[in-house]
Design a binder for this molecule. Structure first.
Ligand code: SF4
Length: 395
């Protein structure tokens, strides 16, 4: 069982972000816990392998709230139906005592990741997260240039990133990932090489690199429409992406997925489950769940989600069951995102023009497997189209 928990709250909207968030000065912790734990009551039982708090900004939740969620999510998977209802009502002290007596000993999830913004990572918070069971933190660094961070509407400065890493390590959280954004508009004069050097100097064991994209109705989209800045440049995107491959390899990092690189032994187990097509459960507004064939997603807006659950209505906005063709396309796409690539023998007949794609430098054949080169990852969508458009789907 892999569980994703979406925490939608942010203190402000970053200039490029179109995620499902609720900008709040005060985090409605009790309402949020009640809603998510009520949604969790409907889940099947099973051992929890990984839990991932994503957002939004999960680090805005109090450490107590994170501890409560972890306790209940780990425990609920093992709690008999008869006691599940009381778990949701845990805020009442006597109910808490009651459920604690009835609980069976849970197996702690192997990997518990918390996405955090650097300004929320204090030594006290880090210690409380560790005590609650968080053993991996994904830190939204984005850049080490204060001008760039301001332009992005980030609420931290570069100095906070190092302080946050220090606090996490001091609390015993050694598995730390940094997020960085590349391919910024030229006029920002962002020095990508310097940012990568600064990130590596902090010795993270995982890096996620995302190219800037312009999403509709974001502040960035509006700036571009009125000519105040330029859309990211494709050439810059490719240059910076390929440079990151060379720079990170020199420090022992391996890109194990199109946007993610790690030192040996530090791959994200939660995200790897998505990429290998495993089932997962999403809780919270806008969260997606997948059972192997059907994908469901929750109402996007926090208020709509909260109201639906409070009124006893379904929080599911919609669902889709993949056709055989979509499943094949998705299988090829997910496999090629990863460094493991795709077993060539599983491609449907007639075989697509593999030799031409290898010759173009987009694919490499290693044993029985087809793997993307960094240049191939740059054009993953068209590569997947090439590999699937020539085939007749096997039922
Ligand atoms: S902190 Fe993350 S989720 Fe929140 S606005 Fe910024 S990019 Fe979006």
């Amino acid at each position: 069982m892999h569980i994703y928990v979406h925490v939608p709250f942010c203190v402000r909207r970053c200039s490029y972000c179109d995620f499902s968030i609720a900008v709040r000065k005060r985090i409605p912790t009790d309402e949020y816990l009640n809603a998510v734990l009520k949604e969790a009551v409907g889940l099947d039982e099973g051992d929890v392998d990984t839990i991932y708090f994503g957002g939004g900004t999960p680090s805005l939740l109090s450490p107590d709230a994170i501890a409560t969620l972890l306790r209940e999510l780990n425990v609920q998977r093992h709690t008999p139906h008869a006691t599940r209802r009381t778990v949701v009502e845990r805020h009442t002290p006597h109910v808490t005592r009651h459920t604690e007596v009835e609980r069976r000993t849970p197996h702690a999830a192997r990997e518990v990741t918390l996405e955090a913004n650097p300004e929320d990572v204090t030594p006290d918070n880090a210690k409380a997260w560790r005590t609650a069971g968080v053993n991996r933190v994904s830190l939204g660094a984005q850049s080490f240039d204060d001008t760039v961070l301001k332009w992005m509407h980030r609420s931290h400065d570069a100095a906070r990133i190092g302080a946050a890493m220090h606090a996490l390590r001091g609390a015993g959280i050694a598995n730390i990932s940094l997020d960085l954004i590349f391919a910024l508009p030229e006029e920002l004069h962002r020095d990508w090489e310097r940012d990568l050097d600064m990130a590596l100097a902090l010795r993270p064991n995982h890096l996620s690199l995302y190219g800037l994209t312009v999403e509709p109705r974001t502040p960035l989209d509006r700036w571009i429409s009125r000519g105040a800045t330029h859309a990211p440049d494709e050439e810059r995107y490719a240059d910076e992406y390929l440079f990151a491959h060379r720079r990170l390899a020199a420090d022992g990092f391996v890109f194990y997925e199109v946007s993610n690189a790690s030192l040996p032994g530090f791959r994200s187990q939660h995200n790897s489950a998505y990429w290998s097509g495993k089932a997962y459960v999403g809780l919270g507004p806008a969260a997606h769940s997948f059972d192997g064939t059907t994908r469901r997603w929750n109402l996007r807006a926090w208020e709509a989600y909260r109201r639906a659950i409070a009124e006893g209505r379904s929080q599911i906005e919609s669902e889709e069951t993949l056709t055989a063709e979509q499943r094949e396309m998705e299988r090829v796409y997910l496999a090629l995102r990863t460094a493991e690539g795709l077993a060539a023998a599983t491609l449907c007949r007639p075989l697509p023009p593999i030799a031409a794609l290898v010759k173009a430098g987009w694919l490499q054949e290693q044993g029985e497997r087809l793997k993307c080169t960094p240049e191939g990852w740059l054009r993953l969508d068209s590569l997947v189209n090439e590999l699937t458009m020539h085939t007749e789907t096997q039922q």
